[in-house]
Design a protein around this ligand. Sequence first.
Ligand code: HCR
Length: 407
Amino acid sequence: TAGEAVPASQRGSWSSFLKSIASFSGDLSSLTAPPFILSPTSLTEFPAYWCERPDLFAAIADAKEGEARHLAVLKWFISTLKDQYTSRNEEMGSEKKPLNPVLGELFYAQWPDKNGRGQTNLLVEQVSHHPPITAYVIENKSKGLKLTGHNAQKTTFSAGAIIVKQIGHAILNVKGAEYLITLPRLRIDGLWYGSPYIELIDTSYIIGEGFVSLIEYKGKGYFSGKSHSFKATVTPAGADVPAVPASGSAGGLSSWYGGGSKSNSSTSLALKEHVIEGTWHETSSWTKGPNKGKFHDVSAHKEEAVPVGGEADKTMGEFETRKLWTLVAKGIREGDFELASKEKSRIENDQRQKRKDEQAAETKWPLKHFKHEETDATYERLGKLAKIIPPTEDRYIFLGTWPASLA
Ligand code: HCR
């Protein structure tokens, strides 16, 4: 029945919240939602989901360049989806509304070196408030791996569900080879009952080292009838691959297929299509192509939640997310919503004042770690290979300075 997961006292405000999203499209984050659906975590923490299995991230660098490495990127990417899209359900019983980051909010974290996998650093900055845009960089320097990206969302309401189009993309750099990673669309279902959950829909791409992975997402009742299903088709990219990234020379596809001097790694694998099917939160198998059997079992790789200090960490700056939201998060966790809303208003008023002061002084809030550019040459070059739409996107270039705490 309607609202069965909603505490009785909040059913009224849940149904007004639903009405407001039904007649609204754009920036959902600014709508006021009833307390039971609030998460104590800010969206600036979400980029950590890219690396909660640091071993799989590091394994990309250990794979042979070319096709084998492309498949390692695909495997790592699939393994991030469980954490990105189902972890709030597991931890909090349903999807929740994250805290809406303020401009300049920061999140730093580090997964330590273990068993030679190298240390992985994460740096996140909220680079826009309206609309919310989060930029991040994740680097494992000793392995030559760097993931840079940004994220924004456009939401619409359709047939009782929220559809979230993800704006932004990620670029993975592996020892000089570049990969473009685009992001799936989300469908948030279960709203009627007050227990929202995410299903991934449509497609996303991984393009790099002469191969394109097209990943199609389906929920219950499609390919396998199971929730969280996907089908990944990996094919050689069109012949206009402009660079063989690892060597840095413009060798084109021929060097991946035996025509060039650097063909050693992929000659025998060349020109074969792989199809992988399964569920992104559990297991998947090869269903077409030279390989047979299991492709991936997410649970076989230990999840390592991002290790950051809490409010007790005295070294945190005012704008670091866990410091900034300490009392709001405490209020939400402990059911003290008066405290949570008082603190949230204090933060929001402070933001409004900052923007007013900047306007009066004709200045702009300076980004600390990123520089904004309107186009992204890597996105354009690699996106062309799969006719990605839009043909270009903006980007946030990491300025390269890590905080001393991550050294
Ligand atoms: C849509 C969403 C905010 C954005 C979140 C994103 C897309 C952020 C980037 C991460 O890499 C992946 C990710 C995962 C989240 O599932 C997604 C959020 C889910 C809900 C939230 C809405 C703004 C809140 C809607 C309110 C509902 C729960 C009632």
